[in-house]
Structure formats: structure tokens, C-alpha cells
Design a protein around this ligand. Structure first.
Ligand code: ADP
Length: 262
């Protein structure tokens, strides 16, 4: 059944996650054990000033281990989705200022939308998170500045195209975030959705951004695809099911609309 399949997918994600954590954890513990051994040797030699250094190293490593488990807990406690009909262009419009502030003045943020206002049935807070994550990734890919384009469109997906994206055929809205950044090498592209996979320095990347976007898209009945050209830029597209219910009044904020699914 569908439930069993979802459960299997969840188990697979958890397996990947715990595998990655166990690996990082092992490295940290190895560092702490090594420091402790050195400390006991230096203690015998009376070299106390060196002990202080190892103590600082060990305590820093223990803190990293603690933050790792905290992130794991946050990941597993992901808030449940509360999907509502949401106007994509409204949601993006409301996010633009925050996005621009987050990416800085060196980056030009543009939006492209066709004349209609697309509506999708999703959890607005989660989509805002996803959009912000994608824009911050785009910023990180453009250390000397560039352009972020946020593009929305209505996509009617035939059976073939839908199957390629792991979806059923039907009406979707797409939300694509493009950058003019460094792009992704094939081996990065292959692993980009893995929880805790990051190419960024320690303290800068968590490796959770894209895996959360992936999880959100899947839970919402959609999909996410990455297209990247090394040295030219990256486009990440979210495909979300189009809302086919009664029309939402133009002036209603997405968070306040509570219409039943048609
Ligand atoms: P994080 O951003 O914390 O590293 P993500 O899961 O969001 O974690 O991304 C995983 C990796 O995918 C990044 O470390 C980076 O190498 C690559 N990546 C993501 N988005 C982009 C992008 N827009 N351009 C180039 N590389 C990207």
C-alpha cells in the first residue's frame, strides 16, 4: 500500500541520516579519546600547559557532538504539515524583503511570474522555509555577487514528464530558484539531497537545507529537481500540486485562507 511505501521511504531516509551522524560522531569521539590519552601522558610528564590545550580541544569537540544530536532531533521532530490553499505569487511577494536582506546587496533578486496567480495546496510556513533555503544556497554559490531569479509558472504535466519527476500526471505549479553561481559537479549533484551532505566549511553548512526541501516537496505531493551547469549556475525547481478548489479572494493573505479541498 501507499502507507507501507511511505514508511519504507522514511526508514531509508532515517538510515541515511543515522549513517551520516554515526560517521561524524565517530570522528568527534576519536578526537576526544585521543585528547584524553595525550592528557594523561602529559600529566605524567608534568607538561601542564599542553594539557590545557588538549582540554580546550576536547571540550570543543564535545560541544560539536552535542549540536549534532540537537540538529538530528530538530530534523526528526519536523513540524507536521498544515496544508492550505496558498497563492504562490503572494507568498513570494511577502518574502522578497527577507530574501534580499538574507542574500545581501551584492545579489540582485528578480521575480518572474506569468500574469495569473497560481494557487497550490501546501503548508505556507514550510514553503517559505524552502524558498529561503534555496535562496541562501544560491547566495553561497555566488560569493562575488550575481542574480537570483525566482520564477513561478503553471505546468500541465503529461504522463511521461510526470513519471520522469516521480509524479502522477496533472496540473502543477512550479517554483524555480536560479542563480548565476559556481554550479554543482556531478558528484555533488548526486548527493545534494542527502541529509548532512555539505561541501561548505564546518559551521557554515548543515547539509540539511536541500534534504528538507526534498522532504517537504514529497510530503506535499510534489517533487524537486536540480539542474546545474558547472561554472554557470544552478536552477532548483519545486513542483507542487495545483489547487483546484474554489477561487480565493484576491486580498486574502495565504495564511488566513481556509478553504476545503475540492
Ligand atoms: P548546505 O547548504 O548546508 O551545505 P544543502 O543540503 O542545502 O546543505 O546543500 C548541499 C550541498 O549542495 C551544498 O553544500 C552545495 O555543495 C550544494 N548546493 C546546494 N545548492 C547549490 C547551488 N545553488 N549552487 C551550487 N551548489 C549548491
Amino acid at each position: 500500500t501507499e502507507d507501507a511505501l511511505r514508511q519504507a521511504q522514511k526508514m531509508e531516509a532515517v538510515g541515511q541520516l543515522t549513517g551520516g551522524i554515526a560517521h561524524d560522531f565517530n570522528n568527534i569521539i576519536a578526537g576526544i579519546v585521543g585528547s584524553l590519552e595525550l592528557m594523561s601522558i602529559r600529566l605524567g610528564q608534568g607538561r601542564f600547559n599542553e594539557i590545557e590545550r588538549y582540554l580546550t580541544g576536547a571540550s570543543g569537540a564535545a560541544k560539536r557532538a552535542a549540536s549534532l544530536t540537537q540538529r538530528l532531533l530538530a530534523f526528526s521532530r519536523r513540524q507536521t504539515l498544515e496544508p492550505k490553499p496558498t497563492r504562490l505569487t503572494n507568498l513570494i511577494g511577502g518574502m522578497l524583503e527577507l530574501v534580499q536582506r538574507s542574500v545581501g546587496p551584492e545579489i540582485d533578486v528578480r521575480t518572474v511570474a506569468t500574469d495569473q496567480v497560481w494557487t497550490t495546496f501546501i503548508d505556507a510556513g514550510q514553503l517559505e522555509n524552502a524558498l529561503l533555503n534555496l535562496c541562501i544556497n544560491a547566495r553561497d554559490a555566488m560569493p562575488t555577487g550575481g542574480t537570483i531569479t525566482i520564477e513561478t509558472a503553471n505546468v500541465g504535466m503529461g504522463r511521461e514528464e510526470a513519471a520522469r519527476k516521480g509524479l502522477t500526471s496533472g496540473e502543477y505549479v512550479s517554483l524555480c530558484v536560479s542563480d548565476t553561481g559556481v554550479g554543482m559537479a556531478p558528484e555533488v549533484l548526486e548527493r545534494a539531497f542527502e541529509p548532512f551532505y555539505t561541501t561548505k566549511p564546518i559551521g557554515q553548512g548543515t547539509g540539511l537545507g536541500l534534504s528538507m526541501v526534498y522532504g517537504f516537496a514529497g510530503q506535499s505531493g510534489g517533487a524537486v529537481r536540480i539542474q546545474s551547469d558547472l561554472g554557470k549556475g544552478t536552477t532548483v525547481c519545486l513542483y507542487l500540486p495545483r489547487y483546484a478548489g474554489p477561487d480565493i479572494p484576491e486580498d486574502t493573505a495565504p495564511q488566513e485562507t481556509e478553504l476545503p479541498l475540492a
